[in-house]
Design a protein around this ligand. Structure first.
Ligand code: GLN
Length: 539
């Protein structure tokens, strides 16, 4: 196989320009042209991974099959490309330093002074090349988090400079994403921030090959020429990235702007087949032409920041679009709303999701929502903490175990329906959870089985606490059934109420596996049923 080629995506002027979506869109186009592509994200923060980060800081923590707790951009990569990513696809400065320091402690630097250059940059380069060396990718796209000019980003930019030099010009393409703001008072698009940001890159020895310019209006030929002249970038490689109506438009917009061809020309690769994006366009057509809409409540304590529930939000869109519906989400704050207000919200939705979470804050709001949905036949999907709180609510209100709880919330409860496994140690918070893909066997006559239409499934986990199997009999006799168990450990993976029109709660996170082309069956069926019931209600 030919050598792997590398694309680097840097960002300038400001964050939030959509580097993740542009990278995923470019990868999508290259994939359609017949190349095998993967994407990697380098995050310049000192945390080892985003696992211990508060979702308010950085949005959701995305989990891969191999149990890596990663940046939410990896979710976009998987959803756009229909591929699986892994620990190798996300590296933080913390992890880079940890590896270097571990090596130093083992004496592997043979008495040398350990420095940012070459030791940190060498480790960055090693991590960048790890995916390429697997021999399965024609192209590896590396997205560098942060903004050029940040102190934290410097070693990464230096590593890009060195790799460009080592790998050779035709094996590397460097894309710089930048902003062209419109100044209303002047009535003009301004190129100066872009000029400065490219200059900064050049001072670090990196000349971008392609500029992707985020703008809210078309870039005229004149503006493109001006940008090209000041940045040493070919005119044809100044790409317009206009604000899009939806992220799903971006691959098509990038195709119109020929971003994929600019990259292939730089890398001296054949163009392959013109992207058809057939299935993608079908999805987009349904997305833009819904036959009706549905309203889903999402109960969680981080709802002010929608990115904290990114994968759930996207999975709802996949599930709704598959049913040719538009989904409107009612973000319901589990901590700040009173019981009465939560119920008021729930009376106006067609279905409800109880979000994952940690700790006491907002638990009562979730209990209220669960009780309402259970007693009023409102379709309900509970995810992870959502399943655990469903068990607590059921134990308290149906089994009459009034102090039933999770030991996470009340270590002294006399009915620990959710607790820790004996062998779980809790002295560290990072890296001590049950993480990643595990296999679950479904009960043949459960609703979950009818939805998945297969006996064994693989789903991803991110939690510490488990349903306490001592209570299974009691739950089952009273109407809440175990619909899935882990094949190895027998741990409860799904609790459902067969008498309810749609009440399914999962210990795993189905939202991590839904993609544009393969919407998750639980979300598809949840939306389908919620919609069917909403029509009935109207009659
Ligand atoms: N806090 C719960 C646990 O640790 C649930 C975690 C989650 O919802 N991801 O088990």
């Amino acid at each position: 196989m030919a050598k792997t080629k590398y694309i680097f995506v840097t960002g300038g002027v400001t964050s939030s320009l959509g580097k993740g979506i542009v990278s995923a869109s470019l990868a999508k186009l290259l994939q359609e042209r017949g190349f095998s592509v993967t994407i990697q994200k380098l995050d310049p923060y000192i945390n080892i991974d985003p696992g211990t980060l508060n979702p308010y800081e950085h949005g959701e923590c995305f989990v891969t099959d191999d149990g890596a707790e990663t940046d939410l951009d990896l979710g976009h990569y998987e959803r756009f490309l229909n591929i699986r990513t892994s620990q190798d696809n996300n590296v933080t400065t913390g992890r880079i330093y940890q590896n270097v320091i571990d090596k130093e402690r083992r004496g592997e630097y043979l008495g040398k002074t350990v420095q940012v250059i070459p030791h940190i940059t060498d480790e960055i380069k090693r991590r960048i090349r790890l995916l390429g060396e697997k021999g399965i990718y024609d192209i590896v796209i590396t997205e560098i988090g942060g903004t050029v000019g940040d102190i934290e980003s410097l070693p990464y930019i230096e590593a890009v400079r060195q790799l460009n030099w080592e790998l050779g010009d035709e094996n590397v393409a460097i894309i710089h994403l930048t902003l062209i703001p419109y100044l209303a008072a002047a009535g003009e698009l301004k190129t100066k921030p872009t000029q400065h940001s490219v200059k900064f890159l050049m001072q670090s020895g990196v000349q971008p090959d392609i500029l992707v310019c985020r703008t809210d209006r078309p870039l005229s030929e004149d503006i493109r020429r001006k940008i090209a002249l000041f940045t040493n970038v070919k005119l044809g490689n100044v790409i317009e990235s206009r604000d899009a109506e939806t992220i799903y438009d971006v691959p098509l917009l990038m195709e119109t702007e020929k971003l994929d061809l600019a990259v292939l020309n730089k890398l001296n690769l054949p163009h392959g087949n013109k992207p058809q994006l057939k299935a993608w366009k079908e999805f987009l057509h349904k997305f833009k032409n819904p036959k009706d809409s549905i309203r889903i409540g999402l109960v969680g304590k981080y709802v002010e920041l929608h990115d904290a529930y990114k994968s759930i939000h996207e999975s709802l869109i996949h599930g709704a679009t598959h049913n040719q519906l538009r989904v409107d989400i009612d973000w319901i704050h589990s901590e700040k709303l009173t019981q009465k207000d939560i119920v008021k919200h729930l009376q106006q939705v067609d279905g409800v999701i109880i979000a994952p979470g940690f700790g006491k804050r907002g638990v009562n709001g979730k209990i209220t929502a669960l009780q309402f949905a259970r007693e009023n036949n409102l379709p309900l999907l509970g995810i992870c903490f959502g399943m655990q709180i469903a068990a607590i609510e059921f134990a308290r209100h149906v089994l009459n175990l009034s102090d039933a709880d999770s030991t996470e919330l009340n270590p002294d409860t006399s009915h620990p329906v959710i607790n820790l496994l004996e062998d779980q140690k809790l002295d560290l918070l990072g890296g001590t959870m049950r993480l990643g893909a595990q296999t679950c066997r479904l009960e043949p006559n459960s609703k979950s089985y009818r939805i998945y239409q297969t006996e064994t499934i693989s789903e991803r986990h991110r939690h510490r606490y488990e349903f306490n199997n001592r209570y299974i009999d009691m739950f089952e006799k009273n109407g809440m059934k175990v619909a899935g168990r882990d094949v190895k450990t027998n741990l409860v993976e799904i609790l459902e109420i067969p008498e309810h029109p749609w009440f399914i709660t999962t210990q795993f996170h189905p939202e991590y596996k839904s993609t544009v082309l393969n919407p998750h069956p639980l979300f598809v069926d949840f939306i389908k049923t919620a919609y069917r019931l909403s029509l009935k209600k109207m009659k």
